[in-house]
Design a protein around this ligand. Structure first.
Ligand SMILES: [Zn+2]
Length: 227
């Protein structure tokens, strides 16, 4: 294996997976789906569907115990409602702190765990789908370019310079991600972004709103809504 891709079943990580497969070939790519104690598991099924579509191996990792004490509206331990406003509206009320759907240090823990697995499987790079819209206004500070550079350095040094971290969209918008995904013919019809776990996306949560805007910016309909 050459590359490990963090796969959440969403748009961004599916595009990362498509990029990694284009570069390394599907035989050299390992997908990793992490359960972190979220209220809904619909996205994990999407991750499996995407991995099956490409014929890559998907490993599942259960980090629910690590996040059991974490305060976040997405998690089972929280009674807080998942907000139905855009990230910009939410950020206007957080006093500079991340939004309530920010899972405390999630990407730090995901990437550290993935590093151990990646090294053991002989991978030289980990891909993950951070992009600049998620980092904007520090909604999700563990999606920022600064964070990415820092954790890349930590993992590179901590692995004896065997393993790098790449966030190919860290300086690009979600609309750019969709544009790249269309070039790669990524199976967006299989993906799931919504924070709610219903049969169809709610259309109102922050990530549904961002996803809709990214497709609209490309002038195309969301394949997951038209299938
Ligand atoms: Zn939603």
């Amino acid at each position: 294996m050459k590359a490990l891709v963090l796969c959440s079943g969403g748009l961004d990580s599916t595009t990362c997976l498509a990029l990694a497969i284009e570069k390394y070939g599907k035989e050299e790519v390992l997908a990793l789906a992490v359960f972190y104690g979220q209220k809904h598991r619909r996205e994990l099924q999407a991750a499996q569907d995407v991995a099956d579509y490409y014929g890559v191996m998907l490993k599942r990792l259960d980090l629910a115990q690590i996040f059991a004490e974490s305060d976040c509206s997405l998690l089972q331990g929280s009674n807080a409602e998942i907000p139905k406003e855009s990230y910009a509206e939410q950020l206007s009320e957080t006093d500079g702190k991340p939004v309530s759907t920010y899972v405390p240090f999630r990407n730090g823990l995901f990437l550290s765990s993935a590093a151990s697995i990646a090294l053991s499987c002989g991978c030289e790079v980990i891909y993950y789908g951070a992009h600049s819209d998620d980092a904007a206004g520090s909604a999700y500070p563990d999606c920022s370019e600064e964070f990415n550079n820092a954790i890349n350095t930590a993992i590179f040094l901590g692995s004896g310079k065997q393993l790098r971290v790449e966030a190919p969209f860290v300086a690009r918008t979600k609309a750019d991600v969709v544009a790249e995904g269309m070039r790669l013919k990524a199976p967006y019809h299989l993906t799931w972004s919504c924070y709610e776990g219903g049969e169809t996306p709610c259309g109102l949560c922050g990530t549904c709103r961002d996803r809709a805007a990214a497709f609209a910016a490309n002038g195309i309909a969301d394949p997951a809504l038209t299938k």
